[in-house]
Write a protein that binds this ligand. Structure first.
Ligand SMILES: Nc1nc2c(ncn2[C@@H]2O[C@H](COP(=O)(O)OP(=O)(O)O)[C@@H](O)[C@H]2O)c(=O)[nH]1
Ligand SMILES: [Mg+2]
Length: 419
């Protein structure tokens, strides 16, 4: 990452048949690449329609957009060729970019450069990939707010506060204790407590953040033949799980994505909970129990599970008081069940402060590290200075003020090539 920035190119659009594809070029030679292919100088800020050719062979006629550094996505000179889609034209234009001096971009390298050039911080970069990966509206909205920089601003303000406190405390170690105001340590303690409170507010949204990004784990549990697999299929609107009157049919857990009122949900059908001599079914039961233990929401069909939504299926045949009555045959109660899931998930954010970001896993572990450092206590100036310095170190990594190549590799390798 410390080598001279070279010029990179990639197809930014999804592969396959499509009306338009975009080939993106970024780096010091981006305009030279465009000039070589169009025979004309790049014109930043203008929309140009140009014929691209290489060594006399016409490649396509396309829209050429040029962005001059630093006013581009990456902060470098950027050119985008909007060409015809499909598998041949974008590839040929990309190869022409290679013959003109560019190399293939790594995954996420455009966004990595944007980060390295100060165009966005790590929270915003994570917001970019979350937006691309978002499976529901709510997840996309959350990613947009992160990408828009609100999380970045909140973390940056927190970092600045802790960093300032840290340097005040370091400074205090260098001067004679009698020269410090008598309230010095009290004031520092108050400030550290305020920072810790803010960290805890963000950590309180970690579960919501995880659900928006990874989906809420909603597990169907209950005895054999309670109607779990049928309910899975009814909620999905497809015949995904095998339904049978034979008890013990479902052994493996079956997982599918579902959008429930804008929340991404991983709906899992499990083996019926019962004692069984069948070894394979018994393994299924163990897996079902493990899933119930880590579920965000358990839909307990005809059984009692702590904190679960109690459901009674087959309400076209019989009903049960105190349970949500649903029928996978008539569809009765399915909307009420979805509403119950949404209500549970919404309650996660009910007390959340909208200005508090929903941390990613990476951010969550660094926030936890900062909180643990501040937990150590501020009993004397040396301890206090140590605690706050360690908190500031964790937050520095959170905002990307310090970072390692390994971190960038692991973060940006989750991106697509071309992003
Ligand atoms: N009438 C009626 N039958 C159902 C309903 N849901 C499931 N069944 C039947 O109950 C039996 C067991 O269903 P299944 O979904 O395999 O239960 P599981 O073992 O809990 O997964 C099958 O014969 C289904 O056709 C329902 O809502 N109404
Ligand atoms: Mg089943």
């Amino acid at each position: 990452m410390s080598e001279e920035p070279c010029t990179i190119a990639a197809i930014a659009t999804a592969p396959g048949r499509g009306a338009v594809a975009i080939v993106r070029v970024s780096g010091p030679d981006a305009f030279a690449v465009a000039e070589r292919l169009t025979g004309r100088r790049a014109e930043p800020g203008r929309i140009a329609i140009r014929t691209l050719s290489l060594d006399g062979a016409i490649l396509d006629r396309c829209v050429v957009l040029a962005f001059a550094a630093p006013r581009s996505y990456t902060g470098e000179d950027v050119v985008e060729f909007q060409c015809h889609g499909g598998s041949v034209t974008p590839r040929r234009i990309l190869e022409a970019c290679f013959s003109s001096g560019a190399r293939l971009a790594r995954r996420g390298e455009f966004t990595e450069r944007a980060f390295l050039n100060g165009c966005m911080d790590l929270s915003e970069a994570e917001g970019v990939i979350e937006l691309v990966d978002a499976k529901t509206d709510r997840a996309a909205d959350d990613a947009l707010s992160r990408q828009g920089g609100s999380a970045a601003r909140a973390y940056r303000a927190l970092y600045d506060k802790v960093l300032r406190l840290s340097s005040t405390l370091e400074h205090a170690l260098d001067v004679d204790e009698s020269d410090l105001p008598p309230t010095f340590l009290d004031e520092a303690t108050t400030e550290a407590a305020a920072a810790k409170h803010e960290i805890e507010r963000a950590l309180a949204r970690a579960r919501e953040g995880r659900i928006l990004r990874d989906g809420a784990l909603v597990v169907l549990a209950g005895p054999p033949n309670a109607g779990k697999s049928s309910l899975m299929n009814a909620l999905l609107g497809t015949s995904r799980a095998i339904v049978s009157a034979t008890p013990g049919t479902t052994r493996d857990s079956i997982e599918e994505w579902l959008d429930v009122g804008g929340w991404p949900v991983r709906l899992v059908d499990t083996a019926g909970l019962r004692g069984t001599a069948d070894e394979i079914e018994a393994e299924g039961v163990r897996r079902a129990e493990a899933l119930v233990a880590k579920a965000d929401i358990v839909l307990a069909l005809d059984c009692e599970v702590d904190g679960a939504v109690r459901v009674h299926s087959k309400c076209d045949i019989s009903r049960e008081d105190g349970a949500l009555n649903v029928s996978s045959v008539t569809g009765e109660g399915l909307d009420a069940l979805k509403a119950a899931i949404v209500a549970r998930l919404s309650s996660l954010s009910a007390n959340a402060d909208e200005d508090t970001p929903t941390p990613s896993d990476r951010e969550k572990s660094l926030l936890a590290e900062a909180r643990a450092a501040l937990d150590v206590g501020m009993a004397d100036p040396v301890l206090a200075a140590n605690a706050v310095r360690r908190a500031a170190d964790a937050l520095a990594r959170l905002v990307g003020a310090v970072y390692s190549d390994d971190l960038l590799d692991s973060l940006f390798s989750r991106f697509c090539v071309g992003k």
